[in-house]
Design a protein around this ligand. Structure first.
Ligand code: TNX
Length: 508
């Protein structure tokens, strides 16, 4: 139990040992028992009664919903949990207490291990422990998303932020507006760029989208593993894929728009007129409906060029009719309008930090400050809940080193140690400001992450460090973390994760 990752709050080593076998018997309330079985994967414990059980699960409502106590004793293993998530995490910890092979998907029948006795008392420091997947720039097939959920769950991460729409692609079915997925999900080619410089086009068509049924499946798979899916439809900028499908919604109507085949920021955005708001609310409703529940809905708000809004007579007249002075005010009004409607349907809005800087957000809007600590602190001081997402060190599209052997990233270098040293709620802030930081999240923008293999390489083991920080509150004690991480990689090997080796780049 000296190599658990993320690090639990309290670990006590005990005397003696106990045996645990593939197919061990589990007793306890059905929902907790099923959760434990799911988390233990290959161990596939059978349900049974308390007298014969090798593993007993009990509900203890004094513990928080994600908290647990795991006791490994001579007469068996006991899990006390405040809820399903806590039971799931206890089982993840137990799995880490077993040899690495417990992370394989099948084992010889009759496999059993003797493990030392001990006790773990644990609960997360942060409620939001996230991973962000940009499936817009590079589409990831459903199986890769499900696999990411499994890997997140193994690291006690609990928010999957799916960036479902951007200039380069729209990735979800819409029954109300089918051109979104029929037109918006394809581009005929993609720019090949290196360190921000465009070199050529690849002439390879790229496309893909999830059906609403896929989305429902992803959400259910996530929920069973204590992960909440947070959908993002980025508006009013980063919306070229919408405009390719429905050009009348553009800040420049009457022109043809295409799904972009280059990276960067488009000057053409959505119009803020009522037709756009109605359109978006219909689509948001389809997405939230497919997810089953959407406690959070991300509406973007970032990197938005407002020049078209200023130049358009129709938009200017609309702005004046609302009594708004500037296009910045109109940007804020537009996002607020969407957030208010989402709130009526039970979803809290989440935005990138530009939306906060524009002002006028609903007080319950969650802000993701990507431009650093300065803006994070301002959002926290203004009373917003904040999920710390600074480029450094939480943008995993950045390479881990400047080596030419490293697969090219947007920039370099963000190392595992940089991530482990991150402090989402800095000690230098006031206690009120620190209390506003509800968590942290790593971003996998996918301009330079073409597929699942590249995703593994970028996400891990930096994601292990992010999970440690999110669970413990961070920063991680560097030597102890490095030691535990070295051992943890054996588990990733057993799963089959193509992570970036600690020794340096893996040149493909
Ligand atoms: C900025 S961060 C973006 C993304 C890019 C990313 C590349 C943010 C809200 N917008 O559109 O993919 O940089 O690192």
């Amino acid at each position: 139990m000296d190599d658990l990752l993320p690090l639990p709050r309290l670990i006590e080593t005990g005397a003696g040992s106990t045996e645990i076998a593939v197919g061990a018997v589990v007793s306890g309330p059905a929902s907790l028992r099923d959760t434990v079985r799911l988390a233990l994967g290959v161990l596939d414990p059978r349900p049974g009664d308390a007298a014969t059980a090798a593993l007993r699960v009990e509900e203890d409502l004094r513990l928080g919903p994600e908290a647990y106590v795991l006791t490994i004793a001579g007469d068996g293993v006991r899990i006390e949990a405040g809820g399903r998530a806590g039971a799931f995490y206890a089982a993840q910890t137990l799995r880490q207490a077993l040899p690495d092979e417990a992370f394989r998907s099948a084992l010889p029948p009759g496999t059993s291990w003797t493990i030392p006795c001990g006790r773990v008392e644990d609960a997360p420091a942060f409620a939001w422990r996230g991973a962000h997947l940009d499936v817009a720039r590079s589409f990831l097939p459903k199986r890769e998303v499900l696999r990411m959920i499994d890997l997140m769950a193994s690291h006690k991460l609990n928010r999957l932020h799916l960036h479902l729409a951007d200039d380069q692609g729209w990735r979800v079915e819409s029954r109300a507006f089918p051109l979104l997925h029929e037109v918006g999900s394809h581009r005929p080619r993609t720019v090949v760029s290196h360190r921000g410089e465009d070199l050529a086009f690849d002439d390879v068509p790229h496309g893909g989208h999830y059906t609403l049924a896929d989305l429902a499946e992803i959400a259910a798979y996530a929920r069973a593993r204590a992960v909440v899916v947070v959908p993002e439809i980025d508006v009013p900028g980063h919306a070229s894929a919408v405009l390719a499908a429905y050009p009348a919604l553009a800040s420049r109507p009457g022109e043809r728009h295409r799904v972009l085949d280059r990276w960067g920021i488009s000057p053409v955005i959505l119009s803020p007129l009522p037709a756009t708001v109605d359109f978006l609310l219909t689509v948001f409703g389809e997405i939230a409906g497919a997810l089953g529940e959407a406690p959070y809905f991300h509406i973007g708000g970032d990197e938005c060029v407002l020049d078209d809004w200023a130049a358009s007579a129709e938009i200017s007249a609309y702005r004046a009719s609302l009594g708004l002075e500037s296009v910045g005010d109109l940007h804020a009004w537009f996002l607020r309008r969407l957030a208010d409607a989402l709130a009526e349907r039970g979803s809290r809005a989440v935005v990138w930090d530009e939306a906060f800087v524009s002002g006028g957000l609903r007080p319950d809007t969650i802000v993701m400050p990507w431009r650093g600590e300065h803006v994070a602190r301002r959002a926290a001081a203004a009373g917003h809940d904040v999920v710390a997402t600074p480029v450094f060190p939480m943008y995993f599209d950045y390479a881990e080193a400047a080596s030419p052997q490293e697969p090219a990233g947007l920039g370099d270098a963000i190392t595992v140690a940089d991530v482990a040293a991150f402090e989402p709620a800095p000690a230098s802030w006031s206690s009120e400001e620190r209390a506003r930081v509800i968590g942290t999240q790593f971003q996998l923008w996918s301009e330079h992450i073409p597929d699942g293999r590249a995703l593994d390489y970028r996400a891990w083991p930096r994601g292990c460090a992010a999970a440690e920080v999110a669970w413990t509150g961070g920063p991680a004690a560097s030597e102890d973390f490095a030691r535990r991480l070295g051992r943890h990689l054996g588990r990733l090997d057993a799963i089959g994760v193509e992570y970036r080796p600690l020794s340096g780049p893996r040149p493909w």
